[in-house]
Design a binder for this molecule. Structure first.
Ligand code: HEC
Length: 250
């Protein structure tokens, strides 16, 4: 019985891993949602570089403020560019372009910028990181950009002023049975950030989007420590009880 159930149990446990199975080799983000400074930097970058096009429809400004340790004033002054209220969900500054009269993202990019609330859960944090790291100029694309992780994506490299311009390097061994590992790039024009600093930018944004995808993960760890302590304590008590009961038998 158990043996027959095992594959299903395994599938349940590894479901998220399967859903996020990468079609292309990904880079490791090293994102850490328990690093509050990283989340705060990620949020600042997000609202300055991404929030014009993308919404976070399941996140509210006030919840984000609480979780990231920001005051209402800080959020409303520095992160909210849409005039939304503190308790509102996070909409894109730009309309998505539904209907004929309303011009918006869909008309400009051929594809409406999707909501990013759950992207980290669907695609994975490393996917987002790799995507942000993998833009390169391509004159054949309407936006002028292409991406090795998301081929022919209609999103331009919005971080190019920070990253600079990079070109994909033909990987060693390519053509002889393909190549393993994420593609390499050569920086042809430096940006305002060094490559290490830019990697940190991409890591911060990825961490922020991972947090947005599952805000409860922050609290869960806080509870988890108490649950473990309780179990430890209970084990001690149970052991003492056992000693007490079996004293007379032995
Ligand atoms: C100028 C508008 C615009 C801006 C600004 C922008 N994006 Fe996008 N983004 C798009 C569009 C359009 C797509 C859809 C691409 C497609 O499907 O071809 C997209 C797709 C994505 C996706 C893939 C989502 C999915 O699951 O398919 C991610 C992740 C993403 N953007 C992250 C970001 C991040 C992070 C930033 C800020 C650094 C950002 N975007 C800024 C327009 C934008």
């Amino acid at each position: 019985m158990i043996k027959r159930l095992l594959p299903y149990l395994f599938a349940l446990v590894s479901g998220s891993a399967i859903a996020a199975a990468p079609a292309v080799p990904l880079m490791e983000s090293g994102a850490n949602i328990f690093d509050k400074a990283s989340l705060q930097r990620g949020a600042a970058l997000y609202f300055n570089y991404c929030g014009a096009c993308h919404s976070l429809q399941y996140m509210r400004y006030n919840r984000m403020a609480r979780d990231l340790g920001l005051s209402e004033q800080q959020v409303m002054d520095n992160l909210n560019f849409t005039g939304a209220k503190f308790g509102d969900t996070i909409h894109a500054a730009m309309p998505a372009g539904i209907g004929i009269d309303q011009v918006g993202g869909e008309d400009w990019f051929g594809k409406a910028p999707p909501d990013l609330s759950l992207t980290a859960r669907v695609r994975g944090t490393d996917w987002i990181f790799s995507y942000l790291m993998s833009f390169y100029p391509d004159p054949n694309r309407p936006s002028g950009w292409n991406n090795t992780v998301f081929k022919d994506a209609s999103m331009p490299n919005v971080l190019w002023d920070r990253q600079g311009i990079q070109m994909p390097r033909a990987a060693a061994g390519e053509g002889e049975g393909g190549h393993a590992g994420a593609p390499q790039f050569d920086l042809v024009k430096p940006g305002s950030r060094t490559p290490d600093q830019f990697r940190q930018d991409a890591r911060d944004i990825s961490a922020f989007l991972e947090y947005v995808g599952e805000p409860a993960a922050l609290e869960r760890r806080a509870y988890g420590i108490w649950v473990l302590l309780y179990l430890l304590l209970f084990t001690g008590v149970a052991w003492l009880l056992k000693q007490e009961y079996w004293k007379d038998v032995h």
